[in-house]
Ligand binder design. Structure first.
Ligand code: GTP
Ligand code: MG
Length: 259
């Protein structure tokens, strides 16, 4: 623990941002993920969503804040509870990353650099590098989700399902009002933010799938169907948003590729 504390003090840049990491049964990866986030950001909140494995134990000695749900309440509730705690501390924005090791903490400063360049934007760590590393079903599911989310947002979004993001404070507050659960939440935040004129910037990141990974919580059929249903309802009730469709198909995405 001391080593992590020392390195944290030496390397972390105090940016006014906090990293929120949702974790459901992530005993294999969560310690390394948390240590990386501490090194690169310094302030970390882990939301253990009723894990039944050793997720809580393996991070017990790390200098971070933790929330523990007695039973699993879904990724959306986990993120929202982390956001509430982050807002209480007066942060300027929140970085999110998954607890399974698919996101590198070393990319967090790249997201923050993009956020500084594009104030009042959401920044997404988009899996644009080594895309073939993703299982075929996930790729197809993600492409489907990108199509619908882009249409609803009126902007082409290149990895709408990525959990590595930067949200400015106003969007963190907005995210607390989202009613939908699970993986739908992250799509809904983008769409509701877009309605308020907030755009998305993408920072290319690697696509990572470890050989010894646990089973995915993301079920392409189930989750893309839920996302599509949520979006179809919005499109239908808003006259199919033809202008949004046109913009999503014709205007290129904003991609910031800093080293
Ligand atoms: N708190 C909480 N976190 C969840 C839940 N489902 C998924 N997560 C977390 O959300 C992140 C993403 O879940 P994954 O199962 O890796 O889903 P994914 O990254 O979209 O899918 P893969 O590409 O197959 O890994 C991980 O940090 C999970 O621990 C949940 O029900 N509750
Ligand atoms: Mg994952």
């Amino acid at each position: 623990m001391d080593e992590v504390k020392d390195q944290t003090a030496a390397n972390a840049v105090d940016t006014g941002s906090i990293v929120v990491i949702p974790a459901l049964n992530e005993e294999r990866a969560i310690r390394a993920v948390a240590q990386g986030a501490l090194l690169h950001c310094g302030k970390v909140i882990i939301v253990d969503d009723g894990s039944t494995d050793r997720t809580g134990e393996v991070i017990a000695d790390l200098p971070l804040q933790r929330i523990r749900h007695a039973r699993p309440m879904g990724k959306a509730r986990a993120l929202q509870d982390g956001f509430r705690l982050a807002l209480e501390s007066g942060c300027d924005g929140v970085l999110t990353m998954d607890g399974d090791g698919q996101h590198a903490a070393a990319d967090l400063p790249r997201l923050l650099a993009a956020a500084a360049q594009y104030p009042h934007h959401i920044v997404i760590g988009a899996r644009l590098r080594s895309r073939d590393a993703a299982p075929g079903m996930n790729r197809v599911g993600n492409q489907q989700a990108d199509f619908w989310v882009s249409w609803a947002c009126g902007q082409r979004i290149v990895d709408s399902q990525s959990g590595q993001r930067f949200y400015p404070r106003a969007i963190v507050e907005l995210a607390l009002q989202m009613p939908n659960d699970g993986f739908v939440f992250e799509s809904e935040v983008l769409i509701e933010a877009a309605r308020r004129g907030i755009r998305v910037v993408s920072v290319p990141i690697e696509t990572r799938y470890a050989d010894n990974r646990r089973a995915s919580h993301f079920k392409p059929w189930r989750d893309v169907l839920r996302i599509t249903r949520m979006i179809a309802w919005r499109l239908l009730s808003r006259g199919m948003m033809p202008r949004n469709y046109w913009r999503a198909r014709t205007v290129p995405p904003i991609v910031v590729d800093t080293v």
